[in-house]
Design a binder for this molecule. Structure first.
Ligand code: AMP
Length: 397
């Protein structure tokens, strides 16, 4: 029995194969450059690595490539017979108000995901294309949708409603949905195990190219920084995060088009926009060390926003058990954590400088810090695989 986890993005397919015991994946692969004549497909296992470049015009062809790689590449093959893949877990970005947990996919689920396209125009159509291709190529498998928004189904109305005309909410779905929910849920479940506390109170930060914070009370999300779309909240690689909404009409009145403003906020903002150098945190840290003032400023704005959300979310979780950092920046950057957490001893957060320099999953606060601080590397695929295995097993019973 095998479980396949698939993440269809706007121009890529990422996948991981798990055995029945879960644990570490048996293989991880990725097709980049989907829709082009020179797509790159890489598959890696503990034993071998294979890479090919070939045209992959669409998701169906991409998924066919994935099945071919799993059943034909390498010796011995990873999957002897496609029917061994009993479950396929799909990451789906937007589940709207309809999906608060992972579900077995049927035609009505696909239709509901389609109805949510307008809320996630870049992601949901790609996710759906992957679901449809798998249903065709692995018809015996059970498909499971795991939503990036579902963890935020527990947000109370005072946290998810915006103070805008109520009809915008009723007629246009304008509210906070939250994203990165698979990662935040993984962090909460992992923290619960590590801290031996089944329902922890915590603030989690997923700091990568996309970045978000989540306030968790008794194991449930009560607030998050991303909003109706993944544009709100923290400073990201190319996304602005929070701005005064009046900036939009100010720029429109100055003659900029909606498309230009959207590009500025989504693709040319964030660390890239501030620095004018790069969207990549590590590169900016190097540039700041080399004396480039705009890079140093970008890092400061990033850290300032993290601190702002940390302070705000500590007011929402009750007696806080811990603060968790994850994502490429949160896991790896000593400097980002130092900038975000330095000088907060009076708030009960005491960073331990030498633990901050370590690697991997660990506590990075001092032993006597009233609130513990942790680095927990996220693992969204393992959570998708677990949900998929659980729902496949429930189907079979
Ligand atoms: P992600 O989207 O989670 O893959 O995170 C990507 C971000 O993590 C980029 O801004 C990288 O520069 C940053 N990053 C990855 N490794 C490091 C590192 N060792 N130090 C600082 N930033 C890092």
């Amino acid at each position: 029995m095998r479980i396949l986890v698939v993440n269809c993005g706007s121009s890529s397919i990422k996948y991981k194969l798990y055995g029945v015991q879960m644990g570490e994946p048996l293989a991880a692969g990725m097709i980049e450059g989907l829709g082009t004549a020179e797509a790159r497909h890489v598959l890696e296992t503990g034993r071998f690595r294979k890479e090919i470049v070939m045209p992959v015009p669409d998701y169906r062809r991409g998924v066919a490539q994935v099945v071919e790689a799993l059943t034909e590449w390498g010796s011995p093959r990873l999957v002897g017979d496609p029917e061994e893949i009993v479950g396929v877990g799909h990451r789906v970005v937007h589940g709207g108000e309809q999906f608060n947990e992972s579900v077995v996919i049927d035609s009505s689920v696909v239709e509901t995901i389609r109805a949510l396209d307008s809320l996630a125009p870049l992601h949901n159509p790609a996710n759906r294309a992957g679901i449809e291709a798998i249903a065709e190529l692995l018809p015996h498998s059970t498909g499971v949708a795991v939503f990036d928004t579902a963890f935020f189904g527990t947000l109370p109305p005072h946290s998810y409603r915006y103070a805008v005309p109520a009809r915008w909410w009723r007629e246009h779905g304008v509210r906070r949905y939250g994203f990165h929910g698979i990662s935040h849920r993984y962090l909460v479940e992992r923290a619960a195990l590590l801290w031996d506390k089944p329902e922890p109170n915590l603030v989690s930060f997923h700091l990568g190219n996309g970045a978000s914070a989540c306030a968790v009370r008794r194991g449930r999300a009560v607030d998050t920084s991303m909003g109706m779309t993944p544009l709100e909240g923290l400073v990201m690689g190319t996304r602005s995060g929070d701005i005064d909404p009046a900036v939009v009409f100010h720029l429109m009145e100055a003659g900029l088009s909606v498309a230009e403003i959207r590009r500025g906020l989504e693709r040319q903002g964030g660390l890239r926009g501030l620095s004018g150098i790069s969207a990549d945190f590590r590169r900016l840290a190097e540039a700041a060390d080399a004396g480039q003032a705009s890079a140093a400023l970008a890092l400061q704005v990033f850290a300032h926003r993290v601190r702002r959300y940390l302070g705000a979310f500590l007011t929402q979780v009750g007696r806080c058990d811990g603060v968790v950092f994850s994502g490429g920046i949160g896991e790896n950057s000593v400097r980002a954590r130092r900038m975000a957490l330095g000088g907060l001893e009076t708030m009960g957060l005491v960073l331990d400088a030498s633990r901050n320099h370590g690697r991997g999953e660990r506590r990075i606060s001092t032993d006597d810090s009233p609130i513990s601080i942790w680095v927990i590397p996220t693992d969204e695929e393992s959570l998708i695989a677990r949900d998929t295995a659980r729902l496949v097993t429930a189907e079979q019973d």
